[in-house]
Design a binder for this molecule. Sequence first.
Ligand code: ATP
Length: 523
Amino acid sequence: MKPQTTPNKFGGPASRETRLQIVQPIKSIDELASFCKRRGFVFPGSELYGGLSGFWDYGPLGVELKNKIKADWWKKFVQDRDDVVGIDGAIVNNPNIWIASGHVGSFADVLVDCKRCGVKHRADVLINDVLGIPADSMAIEQMKEIIEKNNIRCPACKKGELTEPRRFNLLFKTHVGAVEGEKSTAYLRGETCQTIFVNFKNVLDTARMKLPFGIAQAGKAFRNEIAPRDFLFRSREFEQMELEFFVHPQKLNDCPEFEKIAKKKVLVLTASEQVKKSQKVTEMTFGELAEKVYVKSKWHAYWLFQHYNWFLELGISPENLRLREHTKDELSHYAVATFDIEYNFPFGWKELGGQADRGQFDLTQHAKFSKKDLSCFDEETKQRFIPYVAAEPSQGVDRAFLALLTEAYTVDGDRIVLKLKPKLAPVQVAVFPLLRNDAKLLKFAQGVHKGIKEKFITHYEESGNIGKSYRRQDEIGTPACITVDFDSLKGKDVTVRDRDTMKQKRVKVKELIEYLEKILQSK
Ligand code: ATP
């Protein structure tokens, strides 16, 4: 199909800037990865030395976007609320934390090796890729049978036979102190939430919080993933933003704001549809989620909405999001019920974030292993009880980054545009003088830049090629560009160009901040 065009004001063909083009989304995760490298969002980790699989370095633009995602999450889930406080725990902890949590014993994936080329594969992923059968919750014996029966070979060398499946623990080990040995073994945290549980009493005693309340944390987590893949989706070092919401076990449905969210709709893939192997997705309300007992409590439904809605607010379209209920076999050892928030990634529907009802598992375990009392006192009944974690919004920063970039990345005719929300854009306003060798023009442009710099995140560039500069800013998602030309010197005005519509408007310098604020808010 030929691109539609609108004629210019003299009836001739439209300029490149005013053509209406066919807009295409991203085609593959590799396209996004190479874009991220080219524009300085994300680089392969240790690239200079041949790389290290599963590790990534964020570049100048990537770190800005990532920090904004984290700041927005922290504002919405912690600072804007009266019932949540934050902590920032250590990455290396006493190993007993990870024994009590069950991670040393059972935080494992099933692995097979190629007998020919030695490449290791995650058995469930392999079965899913080759046969299209979800194998997340499959028993190790069943995986063995399926691999043998279907004569599945190594997908890397296409020939090699595979070893018998075996369990592989994902915790990274390290040693604390000068002497290496059994006693010095420690683990890099495999998830951020455990330092929340072990600090529950400290927070309760110091922050004057009363149930129901939440403790949040954002920070690094480490998993020695068998097969890191799909760019940032599955890496060995990543960041999580997690919130544990503690309630009285007899008050799981005392959620004052529930009615406000009960009528909001969402697409859901229920456990029963998955057991039937139908994969049928149903639209339901968050109220129905709670009433039909897909979740155990109103608090869980309430937090699922908050988590889901955060993505909508950041610009992800509801068609690309759904909830997926975990089947009974798939539930983690600590979970009463779990829903994943899935995103329609270029490589299929996959977990973006997750939310488990962890019941009383973690505090009970830590009380048992530490021999410390982690219970609370109920003033009404005069009895002690272990608080109940009704919901745990758990979000990987890197997966959020990936989903937001996927959603924003648009090929619009011959330009790439990153349609990020202005609050996430690494640069909000770029300023260009028309030429780079005219002292008066440069001075005026620098003055314009200085005048807006404190209000917006800006970029100033003396490139001398405005068309190219616009393209570069479109690619990194800059919502507005300002060009200073010779008329600006006389009229004290500039041209402001909108990233999405490419429309240009002449604006007086003294009205610039107000106008830019309007553009940024309109997106
Ligand atoms: P998966 O099934 O994809 O391995 P998970 O269910 O083990 O993920 P959780 O333990 O629930 O993940 O972790 C919470 C969140 O942390 C995930 O929803 C995801 O956003 C992020 N996350 C988990 N593992 C990784 C990883 N290896 N790389 C990047 N992000 C991750």
